[in-house]
Design a protein. Structure first.
Length: 437
């Protein structure tokens, strides 16, 4: 017996299923577009070191002692220094929710460039914890040298010379001594601190407004949320318009490289990058425009546009190893990123070619025996007579075409990223070098 009604029923069921999928996709697309539009409308005036509530839903907790803290609906803005954590919800088309937050960071930009900020966009299942200690907010300003001057390790001529500045060179000042007669600066081209007699500099602001700092503090201090921990969920959505859970970071154009520390990994960017991280697994940094440098446990890799690198992290999101191999990223992982919410318009790069990757993404070996001068190896310096050591170094500097001061500046840069078990040897070497006449 024929049952034509069953064929008709099957066709109807297929059409119903297709209609349901199409409706879900349309709903998802609408939720994503509405969220992007809302963030663009409500967070456009977010200022330096502020966080804006972009789209429902997310939760933020304030740091201890902060009472005036409202971050509950789209358009709410708080100071980043007051934030302890931010946790966002992943896309749920059925509930029309997709957590988005927009942050504007100063990072290592000077106070005298308030219109230039690092943009950090959080979206989806993401949780961020501020890793910068609470305290007085760092004041910075640009300064210009008025001649060829020495940079010292402390605020007095009793301290040794660790570098030099050329006439007209620009740097960032971020501290002073008690009477502001000496200013602490970030040595240009490095991540090291030094001191300069203030009369030899022309600051862009009132130097007395800089915080009085301890000469013993030798690590470049962080501005609000310049260092943070984060994790992103692995669960996704069937929506083709929605990106994976993660963070977009974009640096302002024309200011050089910006430094941030994420999950104890130092990242230098002059570009736009997409970050994802899972505890007890890895953090992935994908550079979608420009170039980045990623440093973990003393090893640095260069990541060109169209490439990514993974760094292992432990269950507490601390870096647990060196960066892995730099590889082309999967375009499907980045094609839906909401880059339209970033201030600088960009085109997401195609996956990098193997030729470019081979030239650009070579690891920098951890600091150890070789300190970058021909014929110099720290393993042979133990017990060496100082006169012979100084003569050997002078010959090495001549072969390398650099001065002792230039090398000391380079050594300071190396020491910042050195493994803990190498720092003591480097400091002994540095002390011997400073003892040379």
């Amino acid at each position: 017996m024929k049952l034509p009604g069953l064929k008709l029923l099957a066709v109807v069921l297929v059409l119903l299923c297709f209609s349901t999928v199409l409706a879900q996709d349309n709903t998802c697309t609408e939720v994503v577009q509405q969220a992007i539009n809302l963030v663009g409308d409500t967070c456009g005036s977010t200022g330096r070191n502020q966080a804006c509530y972009g789209n429902f839903s997310l939760e933020a907790t304030a740091r201890s002692g902060i009472e005036d803290f409202t971050f509950q609906q789209a358009g709410d803005v708080v100071n980043i220094a007051d934030v302890e954590t931010i946790r966002l919800q992943q896309l749920d088309p059925a509930e029309s929710t997709w957590g988005i937050a927009l942050l504007k960071l100063q990072a290592n930009l000077p106070d005298t460039m308030p219109g230039q900020n690092v943009t950090v966009l959080l979206f989806g299942d993401v949780e961020v914890q501020n890793a910068v200690e609470a305290g007085p907010q760092l004041v910075t300003m640009e300064a210009v040298s008025t001649g060829n001057i020495n940079v010292r390790s402390g605020p007095s001529t009793n301290y040794g010379v660790i570098g030099s500045l050329s006439n007209g060179e620009t740097m960032i000042a971020n501290g002073r001594n008690a009477d502001a007669s000496w200013l602490r600066i970030v040595i240009p081209g490095s991540n090291s601190l030094g001191w300069v007699f203030s009369d030899l500099l022309t600051p862009t602001g009132d130097a007395s407004e800089l915080l009085e700092v301890d000469p013993a503090d030798v690590e470049v201090p962080f501005t609000p949320m310049q260092a943070f921990y984060f994790r992103s969920g692995t669960g996704g959505s069937d929506c083709a318009e929605a990106p994976g859970n993660g963070i977009l970071i974009q640096t302002p154009e024309g200011v050089g490289e910006i430094n941030v520390r994420v999950n104890d990994v130092d990242i230098q960017l002059g570009s736009t990058a997409f970050l994802q991280a899972q505890p007890d697994d890895e953090m992935t940094i994908s550079v979608v425009e420009g170039q980045g440098k990623v440093t973990a446990e003393g090893t640095t890799v260069v990541v060109p546009a169209g490439a990514q690198v993974a760094v292992p992290v432990d269950e507490n999101l601390n870096a647990a190893g060196t960066p892995g191999e730099v590889q082309p990223y999967d375009p499907n992982d980045v094609q839906s990123l909401p880059v339209q919410l970033l201030p600088e318009a960009i085109a997401i790069a195609e996956p990098v070619s193997e030729d470019i990757l081979a030239n650009a993404a070579q690891p920098v070996q951890p600091v150890g025996a070789n300190l970058g001068l021909p014929g110099v190896n720290m393993s042979g310096l133990s017990g060496m007579e100082l006169g012979y050591f100084c003569s050997l170094m002078d010959q090495s500097f001549a072969q390398a075409g650099m001065t002792r001061d230039e090398y000391l500046v380079m050594l300071g840069q190396i020491k910042v990223y050195a493994p803990a078990d190498s720092v003591a040897d480097i400091e002994v070497f540095e002390q011997m070098l400073r003892s040379c006449p």
